[in-house]
Write a new protein. Sequence first.
Lengths: 398, 138
Amino acid sequence: MGKQDSLIRGRAAIVGAYDIVSPTGKLDATERELEVRVIRAALDDAGLKLGDVDGLLCTGMMMPSMDLAEHLGIYPRFTDTTMTGGSSYEVLLEHAAMAISCGLCEVAVIVYAATPQAKGSGRKYAAMMQAMIEPGNPPPMAEWELPYGLLSPSGAYALAASRHMHVYGTTPEQLAQIAVSTRKWACMNKNARHQTPITVEDVLASPYIAEPLHRLDCCLVTDGAGAIVVTSAERAKDTRRSPVYVLGAATHHDHAMMISQMPDLTRTAGAVSGPRAFEMAGITPRDVDVFEGYDSFTITLLLHLEDLGFCPKGEGGRFVEGNRLGPGGELPTNTNGGGLSYTHPGMYGMFLLVEAVRQLRGECGDRQVPEAEIAIAHGCGGILSSTATIVLGTGGAL
Amino acid sequence: MSGRLSFGMSRAGALFWDATKEKRLILQRCNDCDHAVFYPRDFCPRCFGEALSWNNADGSGSIYALSVMHKPGNPLMAPRLPYVVAIVELSEGVRLLSAIVGDGQTTAKIDDKVQISWEALGDGRNLPVFEVVKSTAS
């Protein structure tokens, strides 16, 4: 489907965006409190009221959008809790844009909050793992992978990195360069968890977690929350800020939490979702001014660069050399400092969207990419399992 | 050597685990489309056919991807650190996650030929793991 016949392209716009993170990595609030705070702030940003909201999208365990709507005292006519891990918020934006363009709702709020630093979150995870290993019809992962002690999720990404290095000659130094460039952006963001520059040597000298990945190849674990408000292109004209239009959106997944089931460890689902989203938007990788790409690990970002066509398959290592992704580089990438240095509460996709919106509105101060008109938010969930690519643009890009 | 995380058996996997008691590796193949199936299922994930047969596998393969763990995947694995987890591609065409054990584990690399080995699980079953085949070429 090309840009002319897309039912989504340009029909919906992000009109409110807000996130809360702290340089300490910790937030002194419950997840529910944070959800309410970021929804309030994102609606204020848009100049809309809670009563305007008729679509609610979030993730969680059981009926999460119903719990949240009940708490907020709203009665949505569109609801979605699709859970694809870290890419969920790009998927939810795809669904919100679709719902709005079909007239199912007019003002949708997408929200995320997580406090992994809070007491008890480790216990919750342990309980989840325990539930998986109960005897009697265990889930496939418990039966076929967990006994081998693959560290989750780092080990799975390490396996992908090992394969990429073997097939394409990618080096640890090249992976480290991604962390170094991303940190440079974080140094320009006063909310980032880490704001001290690092070198390739620092990354390589940090302890191995799962070879070939070092600690500084891995994302943070921090508290964080974010929300965006989406409405129709028509209604967006009357809101407070310049609308950021959804120009393209596509989702794909090719396995779940078993890395042995991934068809090719050097090629992610982004090789499908990326080109489809670009086609819908009517753009090529060369048109992209800002790339916000999920960086759970350095290898994750490298695979996105190849799969989305910023460079040919196998050349990601050479592509990232020379600070091409950093400030002043050819492809400004993860301009808030990314999951590697800004924040990563577990499902980072929300923060890709918030930063893309801020860049397209020109609100980023020191780290602003000049004249940014087209930004990509590319989410990735599970263990390189699901991807969702969103192409966002200013009014000038319509 | 510490134990492994305990885990149950799925209905589809019961025959697989029974065979490991005799240190036999068996794999499913689809009678309709000849697809080699792993992990065990009650249908073929390529053609959706329901007729699958179990066959002995020869236990040989090669390393597709590998990683040395420097943090344990679960607390039971801590005494084994560092240890090697790999995706092994079997000669029958399926890939599975496993461990590389034995003398060659520290120098194991992708594409190395491997042969199955067995680690007792303490309940009569054996866990399939792999050892690097020493090169006999000059």
